[in-house]
Design a protein around this ligand. Structure first.
Ligand SMILES: [Zn+2]
Length: 272
């Protein structure tokens, strides 16, 4: 009997290394990692996972100190980054598993950016606002729109949540050939199996508004889909204040066009 079960086991799981990675679910034959993730997404929208206690308005706006909060956040170890980067703990664990899988395919994932506080984002935003090329735009709304092509308004960056990772290079040209092209193709094919998705895909009818395409920016959807739902519930335009151009931004559709200007799959649970 034992030999018979062993034989069945080898036939089912042992012969094909690809099949070996798949999981059997009752009522299904073999389910690929992609299909598992689709099931996960369906489950996510059906069950509406509860909001964790720490997910307050302050947390969602990046008004936190991730460098000191060792319960929620962790520093990325130097073998994965050249910078001083922090991530939400669950995101870091998922990243490390993906890193090993990528390494087996000769793809080297480098974490360039992770957590950013409201203040970090304000420094980036205010510096841009005051730069000569932007100050040359007299109308404040047009100036804000020009900056918004690539930079998030403080309080609206998904990097506030510790769920976002910028990989290897923040230049689109890097991904057009060689190592960069291989890296992007690998991420597109494999990242969803580890829970990571690209929120800023090309601007088209699927994603008509928002930041320009960011091939380096990937979100850990099992958590960020909960945070976007909470963001839509808890944060209001009045919370976006205290930085250059804030008054002008009050009259713009920042939530509709930028916060929700993301890949439709990343909008799971978000309603406003
Ligand atoms: Zn990013």
């Amino acid at each position: 009997m034992k030999r018979f079960l062993l034989l069945i086991g080898i036939l089912l799981f042992g012969l094909n290394p690809v099949v070996n990675r798949h999981i059997m679910l009752p009522g299904y034959t073999f389910v690929s990692p992609d299909q598992i993730h689709k099931l996960f997404l369906a489950e996510l929208s059906r069950r509406e996972p509860p909001c964790p206690d720490y997910c307050t308005k302050e947390f969602l706006l990046g008004k936190i100190n991730y460098r000191k909060d060792t319960v929620l956040f962790t520093k990325v170890e130097p073998q994965y980054t050249y910078n001083n980067v922090y991530l939400k703990k669950e995101v870091y664990e998922a990243f490390k598993i993906m890193y090993e899988a990528a390494k087996k395919d000769q793809v080297n994932l480098i974490v360039v950016s992770g957590c950013r506080t409201f203040n970090d984002q304000q420094c980036i935003w205010d510096n841009k606002w005051k730069r000569e090329e932007y100050m040359a735009i007299p109308d404040e709304k047009s100036r804000a729109l020009a900056i918004l092509s690539y930079v998030a308004v403080p309080g609206t960056s998904r990097h506030h949540w510790g769920t976002e990772i910028d990989f290897n290079s923040a230049k689109l040209a890097y991904y057009s050939a060689g190592k960069g092209k291989k890296l992007y193709e690998w991420l597109k094919e494999n990242a969803p199996k580890f829970g990571f998705y690209q929120p800023y895909t090309p601007i088209n009818e699927e994603r008509p508004t928002g930041y320009q395409e960011e091939m380096w920016h990937w979100t850990y959807l099992p958590l960020s889909s909960i945070f976007i739902r909470e963001y839509c519930k808890q944060v209001t335009p009045a919370d976006l204040d205290g930085f250059e151009g804030a008054k002008t931004l009050q009259n713009m559709e920042i939530f509709r066009d930028w916060v929700l200007g993301i890949n439709p799959v990343c909008k799971q649970l978000a309603t406003r």
